[in-house]
Design a binder for this molecule. Structure first.
Ligand SMILES: NC(=O)c1ccc[n+]([C@@H]2O[C@H](COP(=O)([O-])OP(=O)(O)OC[C@H]3O[C@@H](n4cnc5c(N)ncnc54)[C@H](O)[C@@H]3O)[C@@H](O)[C@H]2O)c1
Length: 370
């Protein structure tokens, strides 16, 4: 199969959908890989590394779309690309269609095979192509908090781990899923006193087993949260309620009771945020202050560490991309139901229920095409 790797065109997006190491694997599997000029530059991979890996560099996205049987991106195709997508071409990337009607209509019109990273799911319901970015965001959340709590950044001037004779900072992580565990791990590693809150008792039991002694898994409720945020130097919001906006757990009146110069990081901002005072920010201006508390609310945190994120993403997407390229999309979906769950739009039909429902459009099960 001819696989095309497109350069990202979303503002400030430096990731790329395949590393040169990924190209080597694709080529070993007998496929031809076309890489758009400078696609990997932002993530630290010059064109020469792709050529050495066996790829061909292509000047324009139009040529990539014209020549490839499968195109890969990190972010969704933008309006400038809609007319380049060809009938029967596989588009494999994050799509997030339920929040994007113009793109949904464009993919329907194109009659392509649109497979979304974010809806590929394992039997236990986990989303293997979202996990790596949640890991990145979780680990980064603590790193950013450690930075912004320093005095030159306006913070209260606390070292998260303390030192001999000086107690460590208190970090409260709300949500004990992938983001929360990774944030807590980093904070524990630095030596902070960490509370991690979740509502799922089984999850709390698991956290109790695996987390180090300076981490205290606690049932999440409004009374406990109010008590803990008063003590906190850092609060990290990492909740997810599937298919819904994030609940506003840290309210304005709780915020008023927090210490001056403390830092709150709302990782759930991409789902509306779980702090009442959150509003989305960008890497150019990541923070703002309300009631003396520094808010960090960047909606695409992994973009700031594009080298790590690109490798983590390729590690997760490559096995699926190789299977699709080796077998073709129909056979790959017949053999692997995780890939089948990724089918969002197939030959002009919406094959993912939540997307059809979001826009009151007809839903067609993908089995009809297999
Ligand atoms: N800003 C970014 O760049 C970025 C990157 C990755 C993920 N995210 C977001 O981070 C959030 C968390 O993602 P995840 O992968 O960890 O999800 P996850 O499903 O693995 O974990 C979410 C956890 O929240 C818990 N939860 C739900 N309601 C709660 C409540 N009221 N109190 C305490 N815990 C509660 C759930 O039980 C679950 O354990 C999501 O909103 C996701 O979209 C943002």
């Amino acid at each position: 199969m001819i696989v095309g790797i497109l350069k990202e065109i979303k503002v400030a997006e430096k990731r790329v959908s395949m590393t040169p190491a990924g190209v080597v694997t694709m080529v070993r599997n007998g496929h031809e890989v076309l890489v758009e000029k400078a696609a990997g530059e932002g993530a630290g991979y010059p064109d020469a590394e792709y050529v050495a890996a066996g790829a061909t560099i292509i000047e324009t996205p139009a040529e990539i779309y014209a020549k490839s049987e499968m195109v890969m991106h990190v972010k969704e195709p933008l309006a400038s690309e809609y007319d380049m997508i060809r009938e029967d071409q596989i588009v494999f990337t994050y799509l997030h269609l339920a929040a994007d009607e113009p793109q949904t209509n464009a993919l329907v019109k194109s009659k392509s095979i649109a497979i979304a990273y974010e809806t590929i799911a394992k039997d236990n319901g986990s989303l293997p192509l979202l996990v790596p970015m949640s890991e990145v965001a979780g680990r980064m959340a603590t790193q950013e908090a450690a930075k912004y709590i320093e005095m030159p950044q306006g913070g209260r001037g606390i070292l998260l781990g303390g030192v001999t004779g000086v107690e460590p900072a208190t970090v409260v992580v709300i949500g004990g899923g992938v983001v929360g565990v990774n944030a807590a791990k980093m904070a524990c590693g630095l030596g902070a006193k960490v509370y991690i809150l979740d509502m799922n008792l089984e999850r709390l039991a698991y956290l109790d087993d695996i987390m180090p002694a300076n981490c205290f898994p606690v049932m999440s409720d409004a009374v406990t949260l109010r008590k803990l945020v008063k003590e906190a130097d850092v609060v990290i919001g990492a909740v997810l309620v599937a298919g819904a906006k994030a609940p506003k757990l840290l309210t304005r009146d709780m915020l008023k009771e927090m210490k001056d110069g403390s830092v709150i990081v709302d990782v759930a901002i991409d789902q509306g945020g779980c702090f009442e005072t959150s509003k989305a920010t960008t890497h150019d201006e990541p923070t703002f202050e309300v009631d003396g508390v520094i808010h960090y609310c960047v909606a695409n945190m992994p973009g700031a560490v594009a080298r790590t994120s690109t490798r983590a993403l390729t590690n997760a997407t490559l096995p699926y991309a190789v299977e699709i390229a080796n077998k073709g999309w129909k056979q790959a979906m017949q053999d692997n139901k995780e890939i089948k769950l990724g089918a969002n739009v197939v030959k002009g039909n919406i094959t993912f229920k939540a997307v059809a429902e979001a826009f009151n459009l007809d839903y067609t099960p993908v089995d009809k095409f297999l």
